[in-house]
Design a binder for this molecule. Structure first.
Ligand SMILES: NC(=O)c1ccc[n+]([C@@H]2O[C@H](COP(=O)([O-])OP(=O)(O)OC[C@H]3O[C@@H](n4cnc5c(N)ncnc54)[C@H](O)[C@@H]3O)[C@@H](O)[C@H]2O)c1
Length: 407
């Protein structure tokens, strides 16, 4: 086995160019060599030749790159409805694959992708669950698993910090419409939090959700969401999200049997009760008496938040047989199912029990897709790339390829 991996990328748009900039600017990953990029947009391929150089081979289709023999592994950053089809193509070509979030847009296509992954246990398939690397969420997950403060009773998560302008929707020909993105705030901005929800708290048994479709933007899909997640053990959670709030906040509070926990930024804070609430309420008290709660203190974490870099490194290391820690891409199904349940409830006006039937959801989703209108082509397809791929010193590009040549 070589001690480096030849990596290709499918989809050189805003996120794809962000990864390439990250590799170059931070001189990342001596264990891998970015060798090829596939994109169906000719202007982007020309832009790569003009601005990055001949070291990266360009292909006008994923198929051509995957069958070129030039790559061992591939990162997928195409629009999310295409993720399962591109993952399947990689696996069928014997290529390790890291797919950006979300795993797909509906259950059936993700199940099909996972069936293909089952056939290739020798290939490393991961999903870009970069928010799972955040020390605050990892700490909260371990607190819940160890039941240090008892069971979770209530969860309140408001995610209003994904503000998006009209320019954002106008910059992509697939975003904002059902037949392009198959969803809005939940499918496009919040896959991270939907995934973290099921990863930390487990899948709810029932979901009730209301969405505002194009409430504050000229779009077909949702820009306002309020969902109630119910668990059989009595825990109730609320998940609120909006892409319309300037200076919106991301606030997560979890109320447990014996403590309240709040996440602010990358920090975790706890308010410990003097005893579990269920025990305290059994003794005779003053009618409005409140129990003693210790002042809020910060809980130490390991402070690590490796994000995209960490996920890519773990994936590469596992391909090289030099480490564990990369996630299993098949886990992407749970968050797609949870997001589909939110849409199903919003579409039908009813509560939805989990697990959700993939075919039933697909039928409802297709009603939206069939009624969806096309967008005019974007005026400047290179704008997202130019905005993202700003390398301060052009010599860094040369230096990066110099480094990887010596691997
Ligand atoms: N993990 C994160 O933090 C994060 C952040 C932003 C975006 N994303 C994800 O990245 C993905 C892409 O988002 P974006 O903002 O870069 O979109 P984008 O439209 O800028 O990029 C998509 C690219 O894919 C190309 N493409 C389309 N169809 C193709 C095909 N069949 N074969 C090859 N190339 C094709 C397009 O030409 C375009 O260059 C989305 O799924 C999004 O959810 C992840």
């Amino acid at each position: 086995m070589k001690d480096y991996v030849r990596v290709g990328l499918i989809g050189f748009g805003k996120q794809g160019s962000h990864y390439v900039r990250m590799f170059i600017e931070h001189r990342l990953f001596s264990r891998f060599r970015l060798t090829a990029i596939a994109d169906t947009c000719p202007q982007k391929l020309q832009w790569i030749k003009d601005n990055i150089g001949p070291e990266i081979e360009c292909f006008d289709s994923a198929e051509a790159m995957l069958s070129s023999g030039k790559i061992d592994a591939c990162i997928i950053t195409t629009p999310h409805p295409m993720h399962p089809e591109h993952v399947i193509m990689c696996l069928q070509h014997g290529i390790h694959v890291l797919c950006d979030k979300p795993a797909g847009v509906h259950i059936l296509q993700v199940q099909q992708m996972n069936r293909e992954a089952e056939k290739h246990p020798d290939l490393v398939f991961s999903i870009m669950f970069n928010q799972r690397t955040n020390c605050a969420y990892r700490k909260l997950k371990s607190i819940i698993e160890t039941e240090e403060y008892g069971k979770v009773r209530r969860i309140s998560w408001t995610i209003n910090n994904w503000y998006r302008s009209r320019y954002y929707y106008d910059s992509f020909d697939w975003r904002g419409i059902w037949k392009g993105s198959f969803g809005g705030t939940i499918m496009d901005q919040c896959p991270h939090q939907v995934d973290l929800w099921q990863w930390m708290f487990g899948m709810p048994d029932k979901v009730t959700c209301r969405m505002g479709f194009g409430s504050h933007h000229d779009i077909e899909v949702e820009d306002e969401v309020s969902a109630i997640m119910e668990y059989k053990d009595g825990c109730i959670g609320t998940f609120n999200a909006s892409t319309s709030v300037p200076n919106g906040q991301n606030t997560l509070e979890v109320n447990l049997d014996a403590a309240n926990i709040r996440i602010r930024g990358n920090s975790v804070f706890v308010e410990k009760f003097c005893m579990p609430e269920a025990k305290w309420q059994q003794s005779p008290r003053g009618i409005y008496e409140k129990m003693d709660v210790a002042p809020e203190v910060e809980i130490p974490t390991d402070g690590k938040n490796a994000q995209h870099k960490g996920v890519i490194e773990a994936w590469i290391n596992r391909i090289l047989g030099k480490g564990e820690g990369s996630n299993d891409g098949k886990d992407g199904l749970a968050s797609v199912m949870l997001s589909n349940a939110m849409y199903m409830s919003a579409f039908t006006g009813k509560s939805v029990s989990l697990p959700l039937d993939g075919q039933e959801y697909y039928n409802e989703l297709m009603k939206k897709v069939k009624a969806s209108k096309s967008k005019p082509p974007v005026k400047d397809p290179l704008a997202p790339v130019r905005e993202t791929f700003q390398i301060k010193d052009p010599k860094q590009v040369e230096a990066y390829f110099g480094i990887v040549e010596r691997v």
